[in-house]
Ligand binder design. Structure first.
Ligand code: NAP
Length: 283
């Protein structure tokens, strides 16, 4: 996206970076000169993610198994990264879990699991790596949200509630840590097609079509379109932006009101025009 290697020699940590959007962000960062650290629970995700990042970019990639729900594991992870690279310049809080369920039947264990990964896990990573950034004199954080953090997420109350908490966390930490030269921003993508999302959120083509039909640009985002926005927010070109949440959703959440009936608006306009022509003709 940028000609120069704007992240040259920077150390970027991406939670859940072995799959989906996290891997795409890692590839975008690596193309711009960053050294990459990806972490998640499953070794097979990390190894296949590392192989893809290395084969596409040739970047140096560190992998580390952890569960973001365990603050001790996050601390050991941060120490291991600092032992190897000496600092952490960028943290992308991308790890998440989600599944469709009506709120009145949602098992409490499912509620707790998603809150624990998305809200608590994001805070553990932010606090522990934030302390490292404070000690080294600065850094950048990006949290991956979803627009239902503010418009609500029917069928995903656990994830919507957790992401709303992370939006509040983004704005809070942006102000608290500005004095430590740490910028904290977020992105809110609309739906994009990853294996994780496909299996848990739109398992049928019919469901997938009903979602894209609601998006004014009438398609999912490409992963690269989302990853490039993350790159921009962490680049020097965004050096005065903090506490912001950039929406990348093809107009989806704005289109939820009157946008849904645009075809009918066209129809009504034609009818009105026809009746105006009739009236003129009759005069
Ligand atoms: P994904 O491929 O399923 O990625 C989720 C990642 O999180 C996986 O790599 C997973 O790896 C990791 N993870 C899950 N639980 C973890 C835990 N307890 N500890 C550490 N890592 C954990 O999903 P995606 O679709 O790319 O989504 C990426 C981000 O975008 C998420 O924050 C999601 O909420 C957000 N988002 C997605 C969409 C969409 O339509 N896909 C829309 C809006 C926002 P392991 O299984 O190896 O742990």
């Amino acid at each position: 996206m940028f000609k120069e290697k704007i992240l040259q020699e920077q150390i970027a940590v991406i939670t859940g970076g072995g799959t989906g959007l996290g891997k795409e962000i890692a590839i975008e960062y690596a193309r711009h000169g960053a050294k990459i650290v990806i972490c998640s629970r499953k070794l097979e995700h990390l190894e296949s993610g590392r192989d893809d990042i290395v084969s596409q970019t040739g970047a140096e990639v560190m992998i580390h198994q952890l569960d973001v729900r365990e603050p001790n594991e996050v601390k050991q992870f941060a120490d291991a990264v600092v032992d190897r690279f000496g600092r952490i310049d960028i943290l992308v809080n991308n790890a998440a879990g989600n599944f469709l369920y009506p709120s009145e039947k949602l098992p409490i264990a499912g509620w707790k699991a998603v809150i624990d990964i998305v809200l608590n896990g994001t805070f553990y990573c932010s606090q522990i790596i934030g302390n490292q950034m404070i000690a080294q004199g600065g850094g950048q954080m990006i949290n991956i949200l979803a627009t239902y953090a503010w418009h609500g997420g029917p069928g995903t109350v656990h994830s919507a509630s957790a992401k709303a908490g992370v939006l509040a966390m983004t704005r809070t930490l942006a102000v608290e840590w500005a004095r430590h030269n740490i910028r904290v921003n977020a992105i809110a993508p609309g739906p994009f097609d990853t294996e994780g999302a496909r299996t848990r959120l739109w398992p049928t083509e019919e469901l997938q079509k009903s979602i894209t039909d609601e998006i004014p640009l009438n398609r999912f985002a490409d992963l690269q379109e989302v990853a490039r926005a993350v790159l921009y927010l962490t680049s020097p070109y965004a050096s005065y932006i903090t506490g912001e949440c950039l929406v990348i959703d093809g107009g989806a959440w704005l289109g939820k009101g009157i946008g849904r009936i645009m075809d009918k608006v066209d129809q009504f306009a034609e009818m009105r025009e026809a009746s105006r022509r009739n009236r003129m003709g009759n005069k």
